[in-house]
Structures are given as C-alpha cells and as structure tokens.
Design a protein around this ligand. Structure first.
Ligand SMILES: [Zn+2]
Length: 200
C-alpha cells in the first residue's frame, strides 16, 4: 500500500511530536523539585534534608540538627519570608566565620562581606581603593559545610591572586583539601540550591 505524501508527512509530524514530548518529560523530571517554604516542607539545609515546622506564631527561629528540623515560628502568610530571613542570617554567620578564618591564614583583611540572592555566582571578590568586598549567595547555607567553606576559600584566595591561574588553584588547595569534591558538588547540585524557597 502506498501512503500519499501528505499522510506520510502527517505521520512523520506525529512521530516527531511524540519523540519531543518524551524528551521534554525527561527534561522536566531532571529538574530539581521546588522546595517551597511551607509547613512540613522538605528543605535542603547544610547539605541535608530538613523539615520545616512552624508550631506557633511566636518565638525565635532555630534548627535541630539531630531531628533535622527547621523551626520557624510564624503565621502561615509570613512563614516564607521569615524562613528566608532565618536562612540568610545563618548563611551570613557561617560565611563570615569561614571568610575570616581563610583571610586570617593569608594575612589579609576583608572590609565588607555581603550575603545576597545572586542567581549566577556563588561568590565574588572585588578589591578597590576603598577596600575589599566579598559577596556570597545566601543559598550556600543549603550546601554541605565543606562546599560553603570551599567557596569562602576560593574568594579569599582572590585577595592574593585576582585570577584563576595555577597559583590561584594552588593557594585554594592550601586553604582547603576539598576543592575538587566541592566544585563537583556545585556543578551537580547547584540547581537544587536554587530550588530552595521556590514556589510550586
Ligand atoms: Zn574565582
């Protein structure tokens, strides 16, 4: 039986759509799941899965490392905002501590450390006449501590080498012994950090 040209074209088109549809489904499944800040939500924190709870609207936000709980007292409407502010506070503390340790090892001072919601970079280091300024993404608090520490070491190494030369990487290796695994973790899981706090 011969298939007329237009019918064959239609069949080809259907096949094409089916194949593309499967491809799109695979791509969607490969995207990390959004982790909205909701009661009972699964939140990546310090590289582990925590559950977000808001038992009452009053009190101080804190985390329980043993039970893997993030406790953020809030009204349901304010829970996302309060959770994000709590994570930013935790991030600022951890990033400031690590930065001071590495800068101290190098005998350098950092004049300003900022924590932001940057989408493209985990950290940056700028040296000007007015002083040195290192800025980080707050989302690093959701990564394992050795990854956060590596990013701090990386930015501090830029206080000595403002490039990505061999000497720069050598200095990174002197500051932390996890450069390779930390870089690999960020390459593989960077998207997961961006899924934290995302709406469904
Ligand atoms: Zn760099």
């Amino acid at each position: 039986m011969t298939v007329p040209g237009s019918a064959r074209r239609l069949k080809d088109a259907q096949k094409f759509v089916r194949e593309k549809y499967d491809w799109i489904l695979v791509q969607l499944e490969a995207l990390p799941k959004a982790q909205p800040f909701i009661e009972g939500g699964d939140i990546l924190f310090r590289g582990e899965h925590y559950k977000l709870f808001s038992p009452s609207p009053r009190g101080h936000p804190h985390f329980d490392a043993e039970l893997k709980n993030l406790i953020v007292p809030a009204h349901p409407d304010t829970l996302p905002g309060r959770t994000k502010r709590f994570l930013i506070r935790e991030a600022r503390e951890a990033l400031t501590n690590c930065t001071q340790v590495h800068a101290g090892t190098l005998g350098k001072t950092v004049d300003k450390i900022s924590v932001r919601d940057t989408s493209s970079r985990w950290g940056s280091c700028v040296s000007r006449k007015s002083g040195t300024h290192i800025s980080y993404s707050w989302r690093l608090i959701c990564a394992p501590p050795y990854v956060l520490d590596y990013v701090c070491a990386h930015e501090c190494a830029h206080l000595v080498h403002p490039d990505h030369s061999k000497n720069f990487w050598g200095l990174c290796d002197e500051l932390v012994d996890t450069v390779k695994p930390a870089k690999a973790w960020l390459r593989k899981n960077g998207d997961k950090l961006h899924a934290v706090g995302a709406e469904v």
